[in-house]
Design a protein around this ligand. Sequence first.
Ligand SMILES: Nc1nc2c(c(=O)[nH]1)N[C@H]1C(S)=C(S)[C@@H](COP(=O)(O)O)O[C@H]1N2
Ligand SMILES: [Mo]
Length: 553
Amino acid sequence: MTLRHAPAAESGRAAAPSDAPGARAARILAGASGLVALAGFLAGAEVVAVFVGAGSSPLVGVGSAVIDLAPPGAKTTMVGLFGTGDKLALFALMGILLVVIAAAAGLLERSRAPWGRSIFGVGTLLAVIAVRTRADATDFDMVPSVVGGVVAVVLLHALIGRLFRWQAAAANAAAEARGDEVVQLTPPLRQTPVERRAFLRLGLVSAAASVVLGAGARVINASAVNAAALRGAVRLPRAAVKAPAIPAGSSLRIAGLAPYVTPNADFYRIDTALSVPQVDPTTWKLEITGLVDTPLTLTWKELLDLPLVEHLATLSCVSNDVGGDLIGNALWLGYPLRSLLAKVGVHQDADMVLSRSIDGFTASTPLSVLQDPGTQALLAIGMNGEPLPIEHGFPVRMVVPGLYGYVSATKWVTSLHVTRFADEKAYWTTRGYTARGPVKLESRIDTPSPGSTVAPGNDGTVPLAGVAWEPHTGIASVHVRIDSGQWREATLANSVSDDTWRQWVYRWPVTSGTHRVQVRATSKDGTTQPAKYVSPAPNGAEGWDEISVTVRR
Ligand SMILES: Nc1nc2c(c(=O)[nH]1)N[C@H]1C(S)=C(S)[C@@H](COP(=O)(O)O)O[C@H]1N2
Ligand SMILES: [Mo]
């Protein structure tokens, strides 16, 4: 069924003039529908951003993208024209552009549906790209823009549909008056005033709701802490005790092998936080309480003034399965927890520190480990020469070599409560994980990748390479085995200390066919990895990593 979009009402004969929109009025209303859809986009996105995180607002994402992308010439012109209000002027310009495009989309949806909606679809895609490509953005940050886009498309479709029905009802009334045939739609067209009210009601209600909810959410988001900006302003102090230089030969430089030091961007992330906590370092405080002589409150500035040490250490997750990648090695900068605990005077009867993060996560760490002079447990502020990335605990976290993250590595930490294992439990220990979590001896094959087909090099070998770890104990040797043959010793790379993993390589003189490759490590205390597979819960996986690989000569 086709209906002309310029209804007979324009001839002025039939329906009461106030009931039928003229062609001009219909165009204005279609443009206004586009604006309502735009308001719906912004409001929908802004409301969801309250929950996902203020930085995920497309206003912020698109705004920063525009600032970043604006050519320097444009910036100078803007500053010249508008002085220091250049950003405001830029946004005003963007606002006008958006209004024009939205109105055009409304008109287009009326004359050539679904092209108007498609404009909103493309706009949503651009917003998603702008938000996702911001530094520190996660996949989650795309949700507000996507929700906004859905709201806009649904609203525009509904509004133009209702506008169309109103016009059709008016056209029918005119046709009826002339005795012509009328058209029917589903659901059946009602009287013109009823259809008109349906259009106006939807338009006004969604416009009002968008303004109220959108503005409210914007106020909340604008007052939220923007940790990314605060982090950008942090200058890390120089370490009083620098980490030893990374020895030559700690990196075997084999394609596919995890680098000795994990870049921050590639470092695994595990936490219970739905949106990354945004902590302002200038108001951050660490409370040290419990079984201590003198409870202490440490501020960010006080922490920065303490003599900080650098320490390279491997952090891993208890959930890391055999062969898994929930492990990374980084250079941490921080203050020794041992020294901090000495300042407050820990009571004899205490055996645990319950650390708590700003979002309520807790970890229970044995005091014996934290106080051990040979363990460099840190209250860390730096990771690989940068302030902690926001998702890795900015501004302050704990890092304890040799313990799984769930019992030690509290991110966004705000309190240390000195207590007893018998008295208190932590987040994962109330969920069935063991109270103490030393990292187990493990090794992993990084290359070749499982199931791949490889060809030998000129020397007739294929490098089998990976990493092995038992942080704080150290790796003594790594052996590989092909097809249940003899265990062959791999070559180990150097390491800075026993607190880090070690790369290993075995140059495998290959024969054609499909082979099974297994690896096992032996630690410096003489223990060799057991063969029996043990799943990660409740205190870490055990077993030999194994791959199948096909050699083609
Ligand atoms: N606040 C907070 N800190 C936390 C967690 C958490 O859920 N919340 N998870 C812990 C776990 S289980 C691990 S393995 C490490 C992971 O640290 P990463 O994300 O920096 O790699 O953080 C620990 N610290
Ligand atoms: Mo973990």
